[in-house]
Design a protein around this ligand. Sequence first.
Ligand SMILES: *[C@@H]1O[C@H](CO)[C@@H](O)[C@H](O)[C@H]1NC(C)=O
Ligand SMILES: *[C@@H]1O[C@H](CO)[C@@H](O)[C@H](O)[C@H]1NC(C)=O
Ligand SMILES: *[C@@H]1O[C@H](CO)[C@@H](O)[C@H](O)[C@H]1NC(C)=O
Ligand SMILES: *[C@@H]1O[C@H](CO)[C@@H](O)[C@H](O)[C@H]1NC(C)=O
Ligand SMILES: *[C@@H]1O[C@H](CO)[C@@H](O)[C@H](O)[C@H]1NC(C)=O
Ligand SMILES: *[C@@H]1O[C@H](CO)[C@@H](O)[C@H](O)[C@H]1NC(C)=O
Ligand SMILES: *[C@@H]1O[C@H](CO)[C@@H](O)[C@H](O)[C@H]1NC(C)=O
Length: 890
Amino acid sequence: MRQAAAVLIIAACAAVSAQIAWTPIFLDGSSQVDLWTQSSSGCACPGGEGEDCACCVRDGACPCGDIAPGRCAQCGLEQYCSNMCNITIDSRVLKSKSGKTFGQIKSPSIEGPSACSYILQPDAGQRVEIQLYRLVSVGRFNGSSCVGGWLQLGDAGAVPDSGRAAQTRLCGANERYTPPVVLFADHGASVLDFRITEKTVRSQFLAFFSFTSLSNTQGVGFHPRGGSRIPQTDCDWLYQDVSCRGVGSCVLASPGYPGLYPPHRRCRYLFATNSVHTRVKIIFSSILLPRNHCATDYLTLRAGSSPSAPLLASLCSERSAVLEHPGPNLLLEFNSGPLVPPYDYNGFIAKLEFLEKIDTSGPPPTIAAASLPLAALTHLTNGDNSAVEVDPVSNEISSNNGGHVGCGATVRGFGAGGVRSGHFDTRASAWRSQCVIHLLGTSTDVVQVSLFNYNLRLPSCRSHIEILEGLHEISGRGERGDRFERGDRAMLRICGPSVREARDPSGRFLVRQAVTSKGSNLTIFVRRATSQSVDEEEFVDGAFAFHDEQHEGTVSPDATCASTHYGLASPTHGGVSAPSHHHIFWNIEEQLMCTNRFIPASNQSVTIEIQRLERMWSAEPTGSVATGNGGCRTACGDAGCECRAATPLHYHDHIALVAGDGTHLSCLCGDFQAAWLPVVVRSWTSLRLEYSVAHYTYASRGFDYAAAYSFNDDAMCGQRTYTTHSGEITSKNVTVTGSLNEFFYQQCTWVLDSNVERQLYIDISSEQDKSCSSWNITLHEWSGPRAHGDGLAASAGDLLYTFCARHKNHTYILPWRLNTVVIRLVALSRQQPLYTLRWRSQVVRANRLGPPTPAPAAAASASNVTYSVLLIVLTLCSRYVQMRYARITI
Ligand SMILES: *[C@@H]1O[C@H](CO)[C@@H](O)[C@H](O)[C@H]1NC(C)=O
Ligand SMILES: *[C@@H]1O[C@H](CO)[C@@H](O)[C@H](O)[C@H]1NC(C)=O
Ligand SMILES: *[C@@H]1O[C@H](CO)[C@@H](O)[C@H](O)[C@H]1NC(C)=O
Ligand SMILES: *[C@@H]1O[C@H](CO)[C@@H](O)[C@H](O)[C@H]1NC(C)=O
Ligand SMILES: *[C@@H]1O[C@H](CO)[C@@H](O)[C@H](O)[C@H]1NC(C)=O
Ligand SMILES: *[C@@H]1O[C@H](CO)[C@@H](O)[C@H](O)[C@H]1NC(C)=O
Ligand SMILES: *[C@@H]1O[C@H](CO)[C@@H](O)[C@H](O)[C@H]1NC(C)=O
């Protein structure tokens, strides 16, 4: 009883200790016996017999009666005076009986093992709050959890001890908590479970409870503001700039704030912006984590939406902090370890502000400098070193105010200080109803524009955005006719009223709205109301990029990031690297795949040499709780390098070299050692370099690499069709780079064709001691030209024989009258295949026994044709009956 009195004094004096807050529970005076009993005697007994019963506090207390004449209890709970165990406390019932939404729970003194539970039923708009003051013989903490007994606050609906062991369990042998240990529960009916699992003599606890209103302004009514729960997660939240307008409109905190947070949790708070210029300011007004537990209890902030994005900050022992970073995505992660005594911490609370900062001084953050090769620049430089010009009407923009492109800007993709990509925003300049932005590239450029956000208010297309090929000026007169004329030619036209926000309400970026010009110049034209509306400005923002098709390949207009290099049209040597046009990837936060296709001409090969490579990361599969899933490892062998990972490849950053037919020639991922570079692949068919970032975000941008390509004139496969009766094909020796990881990929197809009947002998020999899987030569029947593909080359039919290098020398005698055969060579190996292939024919000119066998090419070339007859011939030398058209000469 004396302990309880001491507790009351403390509760009265300090409702807020340091950073932990709790509901003050205080009734009449400071020298009471307990919360509801004024004094243990001196008042009339309920039956009217004498004056030696307890005096109750004036408000909400009722005498216990015969079971405990010296005590009072809260009205509605007086039947539990002597044994407050296994009871339900309903907020509404309690309020009607005692007028209070708080009270005390004093357990009976129990002998372990035993248990009591208390169901706390809050009303709508209430949290369950527990303030623990005393534990006697209630287990102990063994360094990671409570053993022997505990007090636990949990969800009444949950099955006890099911699922993870991440329960809020408190224990102690003989503990007084001043200030109290504070716990909040926000999932409706909660259960306070008092459980002793070992033998004890006297186990007991004392706590206060409160059904705390969520509208309580003392901090105890905390509930998150402005965010939305991410479904199917434990405690993850999304906060978007659009829902956080106004100071204090977005607030977040650790679970159970301002009480103790549950153990072994990981809560993620994603902050997402819709505008390029928005910065996120996180004001941690309080951080209170257990001392010396920074390895398990901490906060991290990352530049991106993925847990593997670069770390910006890590917080643990700080008491407060302010962090400010640009978007588009930031991920705050809160981690908790075991619940450690003396339970004197409560996590964090933070306010979120989204700051629009269009005008920044200092180096331009949104403009990438021109990176054209010098040779391409020399004839373009014209002494004008300003890449962004502004017409005289507005002098707000210049190339050195951060390069923000607004109305009236002309952006040049070339020259000294030329700009290859950047953002534009009509709000970056003074209001004008007609707004043009000119994008001027070099002769080999195309221009890409992607729209992020816009708001067009005037109906019937009176407000609109048009994106046009070439350069166009605003014409003052004849506006209407001009508009329609332009409208017909626009690559993209958006009519008001129309609104686009870069993200949907769940925080996902919308599908890109982008165009690519055919020519090197482009005009963005915006028409809107003559004056700006205060509450709802008409604007458009987005990004642009110049793409030099001469050096960077031909753009695939429908793809986000794909270009093609043709052997006959592209420079014979060049480089490729991670995409530099990152501004137009601002609204990508998933996998980014960029492909460069290389298409050699028929007498060319292409060599790709990966020269430099940054460390590549693995993303976590979404929804997975486990971290460190092993990542991805590169293994190189005779048949190229391969990516080895337990999860699908798209979870891992990687570079892959893929042949036109889909064969993976090499794949690099993980922490590929620089010592193993360069990796070189030389291919005699088309080749695709795939650069894949598992989780791209604008801030982290993916890994860097550099590769060189060259188209080589080497007709390795040579002449494709031979009509001579004998001949020889030998391998050619190409120069090698000498790199350890140099691989050759060859696919050659030759057709030996004859229009007279013959017995064909083919000798193949090689001195190389290589396995069949490195390279092999196969002999096939001819199956007739295919509808697609390059004529005869694609016509291999049934397999007849396979030659491998270890056979050294072999002569194949082909079936009589198999006049046309297809020979294929396939190689994927560190060494180029070296072989000699010879053939000869025995021609029997006077064969009168069977019908003649046909030639593959049906085109008539013989001059001695008198007439042609179509015959259906059963060709018996095939394993099955084939129907063929035949030409006979009589
Ligand atoms: C309270 O209820 C539980 C479960 O019904 C029971 O095991 C326990 O013995 C009860 N406690 C007391 C003190 O009667
Ligand atoms: C503490 O107790 C738990 C549960 O009994 C047990 O799993 C754990 O290993 C114990 N830890 C230590 C450090 O003894
Ligand atoms: C692009 O504009 C510039 C400047 O007006 C002009 O010299 C050039 O010819 C234009 N290019 C194309 C392809 O129209
Ligand atoms: C390769 O073929 C192209 C056209 O098909 C031809 O112009 C060129 O001379 C050829 N090169 C060699 C080395 O044969
Ligand atoms: C091919 O070149 C390699 C080295 O470049 C040489 O060792 C080899 O003998 C050459 N083979 C032929 C058949 O010329
Ligand atoms: C023939 O060589 C190719 C390329 O190295 C290989 O993929 C294929 O498996 C080989 N075929 C046989 C039958 O070994
Ligand atoms: C391969 O064998 C044939 C006959 O068996 C012979 O004529 C030819 O010279 C041999 N070729 C090589 C390269 O050994």
